[in-house]
Design a protein around this ligand. Structure first.
Ligand SMILES: [Zn+2]
Length: 273
C-alpha cells in the first residue's frame, strides 16, 4: 500500500485573518510530515508531493505525483466569511471511491479537534465532469482516488489555536493514520451516518469479513444489480458483512456493516477472511 501526501500550500501562505500567528501553509506542512511518520509505522509506503516547504508546485502536477499510489491526500484548513464556521470537510474525488474514507476522516478530525459542527464530505465537478479541485483532478488522471481534507476553518480563532499546538497536530496525525490503516486492511470501522443508514438495524449474529479481490465493486442500495449504485469500493479493502441474501439469478449479496449498502459477495469479487 502506497500513499501520497500533499501539504496544501507552500512558504507563508493563507494567514489567518483572526490569528496572525497562523498560516495554513505551515500547519499543512507540519501535519503532512507527522502523518507520513505515523503511516510509515503501519507499514505504508508514503511519498510527498514536494521536498521543499518554500517551493510551490502546480495543483494538477501535485496530484499526478500520486501515480502508482492507493490514495492521494491533500492537507488544508478552510476559510470563509463567517468567523463562527467550525467543522471539517473532506472534498472527495467525483468517482465516489473516497466517500467512505473521506467521511471517516472528516468525522475523525471533528472528534479530535472537537469542532462545533460535525465533519462532512463534499464533491464538486468541473468542466467535462472531471474533478473541480486541481489536485484531485491531477490524481484522477493517474488513477489515484483523492481527498482534500480541510481541518476546520482558519477563519475561526479557536480552530487556529488548536492547530498551532504541535502536540495537537501529533494527536491528529495518529488518529488519521489509524483511520487510513483500518480502511485499507485490518478492521474497517466507518461510523454510519443517517444518510447512509436509512433503517439502522442491530447486527445479526454471524457477521463475517471479506476482502475485495476485483479492481472495483459497486455498493448498491439493496441486494441485486437492478438497485442504484451508491458508491464504489476497491481491491484489498476489507468489509464486514452483517446479512446475506440470494437473488433470483443465483447471486449472493452481503449487506455492509457500515450501512453503505449491499455488494455481490460471489467468489469472483470477494474472498472471505
Ligand atoms: Zn488550502
Amino acid at each position: 500500500m502506497k500513499i501520497c501526501l500533499d501539504a496544501g500550500h507552500f512558504a507563508k501562505n493563507n494567514q489567518s485573518p483572526v490569528n496572525k500567528a497562523y498560516y495554513e501553509s505551515e500547519m499543512s506542512w507540519k501535519l503532512h510530515l507527522l502523518l507520513k511518520a505515523e503511516l510509515e509505522r503501519y507499514g505504508f509506503e508514503v511519498v510527498t508531493t514536494r521536498a521543499d516547504q518554500k517551493k510551490d508546485l502546480g495543483l494538477e502536477a501535485r496530484g499526478r505525483k500520486s501515480a502508482g499510489c492507493d490514495l492521494f491526500l491533500s492537507i488544508h484548513s478552510n476559510a470563509c466569511d463567517s468567523e463562527s464556521a467550525d467543522h471539517p470537510l473532506a472534498c472527495v474525488c467525483v468517482s465516489g471511491r473516497c466517500d467512505v474514507l473521506g467521511l471517516d476522516l472528516a468525522q475523525t478530525v471533528a472528534k479530535v479537534m472537537q469542532t462545533h459542527s460535525p465533519g462532512r464530505i463534499w464533491k464538486r465537478k468541473g468542466s467535462g465532469g472531471a474533478d473541480y479541485y486541481g489536485v484531485l483532478r491531477g490524481a484522477a488522471t493517474v488513477g489515484t482516488p483523492g481527498i482534500l481534507l480541510e481541518h476546520s476553518f482558519h477563519t475561526n480563532r479557536r480552530a487556529t489555536e488548536w492547530l498551532l499546538n504541535d502536540s495537537n497536530l501529533r494527536k491528529m496525525a495518529e488518529a488519521e493514520a489509524k483511520v487510513i490503516a483500518d480502511y485499507f486492511g485490518v478492521s474497517k470501522t466507518v461510523q454510519p451516518t443517517p444518510a447512509q443508514t436509512p433503517t439502522p438495524q442491530p447486527d445479526p449474529d454471524g457477521s463475517f469479513k471479506v476482502r475485495i479481490i476485483c479492481a472495483e465493486l459497486n455498493v448498491r442500495a439493496s441486494a441485486g444489480v437492478q438497485y442504484p449504485v451508491r458508491m464504489t469500493i476497491s481491491r484489498n479493502e476489507v468489509y464486514t458483512i452483517v446479512q446475506t441474501a440470494k437473488t433470483s439469478d443465483g447471486g449472493t449479496w452481503g449487506r455492509l456493516k457500515s450501512g453503505a449498502g449491499w455488494i455481490n459477495i460471489g467468489a469472483k469479487y470477494v474472498k472471505r477472511i
